[in-house]
Design a protein around this ligand. Sequence first.
Ligand code: ZN
Length: 252
Amino acid sequence: MSLYKTDAIVLRHYEFDEADKLIVLYTRDYGKVKAVANGARKTKSRLAGGVELFTYNDLLLYQGKSLSTISQCEIKNSFAKLRSDLFKMAYASYLAEVVNEFTVEEEKNESVFALLLATLHLLNDGGDLEIITRFFELRLLNLLGYRPVIDICVECDKELAEVKQLRFSSVAGGLICPQCSKVDQYAMRLSKGTAAIMKRLLTIDYKKLDRLKVPNRSKKELAKILPNYLQSIIEKKLKSLDFIKTLTIVET
Ligand SMILES: [Zn+2]
């Protein structure tokens, strides 16, 4: 049993005992970690601010027999706008849920940590929340070995530059040509422009993301294709998608 220090982002928290919270963290040095924050449910707790959703902390943790306990926390960025703006909250919740579902405990991946942190910054600062989220999905898929195949048909390797009717197959993990469309009856149509934007999102520097112009049609196509692909990989529904959908309906 020992003390350890790491940067961490709060993905989830649960009520745990009368005064405590159980926190799911994504840490820079240990990947996903579950830890107890003693007394965090009391408003005067010195840990209360640091265990708010999406908060970025420098933590000192105590490794117990089964669970870690948060011993000290120093807030590096509270990302307050992610909790005060409902839309930002919805998208940040989705990011947190995706990271939680796609990672296992104590498997370090600094690139995933850096991606999550950079994307929370982007959401917090504003910009197009949908595009920021699509960027995150594609980059996470890439980091975890699920990069979708875009240049060639994932089934028959045919070059797609001259192919007009493209579909995205979640099961196959990429674009398929018309001849291969029978392999996945649920494959979704997408325009060539959308395929080009997916490619761009896989390489673009996140600092230049706000300069990327994405037509509404592509935004709509990607908002279906990518969450669907993510859900098909984990074979599970991502619950925060309903939150995003509800807000979008209220807005329009
Ligand atoms: Zn094909």
